[in-house]
Design a protein around this ligand. Sequence first.
Ligand SMILES: [Zn+2]
Ligand SMILES: [Zn+2]
Length: 269
Amino acid sequence: MIRSCVHTHTHYCDGQDSPEVLIQEALALGLTTLGFSGHGAADYDDAAMSPENEMHYQAEIRQLQAKYKNQLELLLGQEHDALAPYSSFPYEFLIESVHYIPAAGEKLCVDWSQARTEENIRRYFGSDPYAYCQAYFRTCAAAYEKSPAQIAGHLDLVSKFNEGAPLFDEADPRYLAPAREALASAVDRGLVVELNTGAIARGYRTLPYPAPPLLQSLRDLGGQVIITSDCHSKPYLTFWFEKAAQLLRTCGFRSVLQLRASGLEEVGL
Ligand SMILES: [Zn+2]
Ligand SMILES: [Zn+2]
């Protein structure tokens, strides 16, 4: 039913496969649209493409768009980290994501490890995990305010290492209030919020981003969702998509959006 994934990483950044391997997988799955979203150059981010590599990435996807134009829509996009400069390259779509938060003149990675997250909360946030979460969601809200992107990436990535709640309680108002402000900012700016299954594929979480209470808030705000896998390895290109559709139905959604070459299109659930 969902025949599109536009959050896809290749070996140009931290993905395992070449673009063409992923294209073959998309064709085998019967997808209509495959969007590439390499991590845009950011000198503080090991997962990102180098500026030179990003140019090679653009050139290869352009070539593949021509080669496969009668078989599959290929979109050339970028996952932009909120603290990085924007590229002047005319990407066909952008995903706005927060992987780092600013603190004491440094950029703290939010998705590295549970141990580093605990250390950052202790060192930079006076051991207050809710101050840490608030800083994360405020970085999201500020990014969405000025973002030219179409999609808000993994909105509650700050919960990546919180399966079973070792770090904070995601039902606490000190967590939910800033998370809902970030959601409201995305909706106000017209960004589509992704339902991202990547952390399930990689064994970090049992539910997608955003968590169900935030999906319900998003529905109440009148926001819209796009299902993506944040694919870093070809077996997971459409991982958990059917379950994601079911989850969205239980959260009150009746449709999702798909990004096509012609733009965003609504698909009933
Ligand atoms: Zn990301
Ligand atoms: Zn990604």
